[in-house]
Design a protein around this ligand. Structure first.
Ligand code: ADP
Ligand code: ADP
Ligand code: SF4
Ligand code: SF4
Length: 577
């Protein structure tokens, strides 16, 4: 089976010479395999007439066309197609009562489409775009399967749905307090007492996330969807959230999309991997246990389906060796900063050239305050920094400006270091986005652009606040590699504030640990070696990780389990001895 997909955002007939049509051998032979339909501007490929030579794919200057040959047996499993030459989704995950079902796959592969279909917001068309099938036909198509029963309930309106959307940042445009919002949603807002009187526009991203999750959980429904529930939450909150969702699932159906794999591992019972080609087609693979599913995903290879869908992601059981010779970039001694009601104490430390330092700790503990002191933006109340360093900063929340990606990079060129083109824009695929408006980018695309922009700047220290938000696991790995390489090659340092343990593991050579009481008192220690830092940090949280035998990846231990107790007794919270 062959499919042809034209990316409508990329196709720009006004800026090309319609190479796709001009060079098509079928068109030259008089067969209209690709043409611009009357009254339209953009071309359409007639899949039954196209011979799949791929010439249009290579000739299009904007890489707007994709031709893919797919396994014949998928034909019967086409669930939905977004219009002519649109993205196609094959197969669906099956929600189950009493289980948390996780969806794992890169961005643009169809996860949200699955959620939309299962929640009844999108009626699947089975690929019949001319004449869309009615519910009866859809149910007939799946007759005898559990999915048919599920769709029967949706069609009859017999299933109540609750949905936690992906982009919680958007909730900050609500005019009114948390209490008013909760009231409007018709729920009680348990656990949100402390922030009830605050305005929705003034609470932090983590707090918005908590509001969104609580609202979704308290709604009376049969099936619950959580699209990326961990963004902006710190680790403690992530694990608490996961626990609450698991409790909810005891007698409900729950489906989650989550890219923090340590959290997903803890959260899901069953996992469906989605593979395919982003923006072109996605296939939902069969159900796996959470452990096995995540291992398969990290291995980049699906045995049963015999598909390779990515590079293998590896973890080290033992801490990495420390560099012998290190050059100090900046050192600080006895720093203190007090605001009304908040005090941060920073123990003495040194940041070395060439390193990425992971920064861990709860929200509101003084991480940003510390970095602002390093950058000389604010003066410490006490203590000293040996040198003023130039900081390039990627904030946690990114506001798109009114420009294209290309304009953003072109107009700031003189501020960039020499490696930006080859070592940042290329590996992160930024040039493919050059024609797009920042406002039209997806959350993951905007995040990647913001990271690339920050890393391109000429600076001494790069401070990158929560780079993982909205990135899929694959993109996280790419970003981690790029950051490491830039620091090494430019002999600079990066401080990366992150809550995703797998990301911290991939990106950092050293760790700074913040602890204390959020909003009141913060203590910053380090940078330490990874082993020392992880032990301090996890001890504070009371969490230990064991190693998966197959993949070496860290897995959260159940509190009080044999391993948890043993590891705590010897003080090894993260690495094996
Ligand atoms: P994910 O949630 O895995 O990021 P989505 O399900 O949101 O993926 O989208 C998969 C693909 O489907 C997208 O790359 C896009 O090309 C296409 N798509 C999504 N929504 C629409 C739509 N409303 N109209 C046309 N195409 C869409
Ligand atoms: P983190 O980056 O760890 O989330 P921050 O450094 O942003 O934490 O903030 C730590 C604490 O300091 C918070 O309670 C915050 O409200 C307070 N704070 C930050 N900046 C200011 C300021 N300019 N004036 C008063 N309080 C501030
Ligand atoms: Fe031009 Fe490419 Fe669109 Fe064809 S597909 S009209 S070559 S941009
Ligand atoms: Fe024409 Fe070949 Fe493109 Fe099909 S793949 S539309 S036959 S150029």
């Amino acid at each position: 089976m062959r499919i042809a997909v034209i990316d409508k955002d990329r196709c720009q007939p006004k800026k090309c010479s319609m190479e796709c049509i001009k060079y098509c051998p079928r068109v030259r032979g008089g067969v209209k395999a690709i043409e611009v339909p009357e009254g339209e501007e953009k071309p359409v490929i007639a899949e039954e007439l196209c011979v799949g030579c791929g010439i249009c794919v290579h000739k299009c200057p904007f890489k707007a066309i994709h031709i893919e040959n797919l396994a014949e047996e998928l034909k019967e499993d086409l669930i939905h197609q977004y219009g002519k030459n649109g993205f196609r989704l094959f197969r669906l995950p099956l929600p189950r009562r009493g289980k948390v079902v996780g969806l794992l796959g890169e961005n643009g592969i169809g996860k949200t489409t699955c959620l939309q279909i299962l929640s009844g917001k999108l009626k699947p068309n089975l690929g019949r775009i001319e004449e869309e099938p009615g519910w009866e036909e859809i149910i007939e198509e799946w007759r005898g399967t559990e999915l048919a029963d599920f769709f029967r309930k949706i069609a009859d309106g017999n299933i109540r749905v609750s949905y936690k959307p992906q982009y919680v940042d958007k909730l900050s445009s609500y005019k009114g307090s948390v209490a008013e919002f909760i009231d409007e949603m018709g729920v009680k807002g348990r656990g949100l007492e402390e922030i009830m009187d605050r305005k929705m526009s003034e609470i932090s991203g983590g707090e918005l996330q908590k509001v969104a999750i609580t609202v979704a959980m308290e709604k009376e429904a049969d099936i619950y969807f959580f699209d990326e529930p961990s963004s902006y939450l710190d680790i403690k909150n992530r694990l608490e959230m996961a626990k609450r969702i698991r409790e909810l699932a005891e007698n409900k159906m729950v489906v989650v999309v989550e890219h923090d794999l340590a959290v997903l591992d803890f959260l899901a019972d069953i996992i469906h991997i989605l593979y395919g080609k982003k923006g072109v087609f996605g296939v939902v693979a069969g159900a796996k246990t959470a452990r096995h599913g995540i291992n398969l995903y990290l291995s980049g290879y699906l045995k049963e389906e015999n598909v390779r869908f990515g590079e293998e992601i590896k973890f080290e059981k033992h801490p990495p060796r420390q560099l012998e010779e290190k050059e100090v970039l900046v050192s600080f001694k006895g720093l203190k900063k007090s605001y009304n009601g908040f005090i941060l104490e920073v123990e003495s430390g040194e940041i070395y050239r060439g390193e990425v330092v992971g920064v861990v700790g709860p929200n509101g503990i003084g991480k940003t305050t510390f970095v602002k002191m390093l950058a000389g933006v604010i003066e410490p109340t006490e203590g000293e920094i040996d040198a003023k360093v130039k900081v390039s900063y990627k904030p946690q929340y990114i506001k798109p400006v009114n420009a294209t990606v290309g304009e953003l990079f072109e107009s700031n060129k003189e501020k960039f270091h020499l490696l930006y083109d080859k070592e940042i824009l290329n590996p992160l695929g930024i040039k493919d986005l050059f024609d797009r408006h920042l406002e039209d980018l997806s959350g993951g695309e905007l995040q990647t652009v913001a990271i690339a922009f920050c890393l391109s700047m000429e600076a001494d220290i790069y401070l990158i606040d929560e780079p993982s938000a909205y990135l899929d696991a694959k993109q996280r790995m790419k970003v981690a590699k790029t950051m490491k390489r830039i620091m090494e090659k430019e002999n600079k340092a990066a401080l990366v504030v992150e809550h995703d343990v797998y990301f911290i593991d991939m990106v950092s050579q050293a760790l700074m640990v913040f602890s204390g009481e959020p909003g009141k008192r913060g203590v910053a220690r380090g940078p330490f070696s990874l082993r020392e830092g992880m032990n301090l940090f996890l001890k504070d949280l009371g969490i230990t990780f064991r190693r998966d035998e197959e993949s070496n990846r860290p897995r959260v231990n159940k509190i009080g389990s044999t391993l948890d107790r043993q590891q705590k007794a010897i003080g090894e919270y993260y690495y094996e001895l």
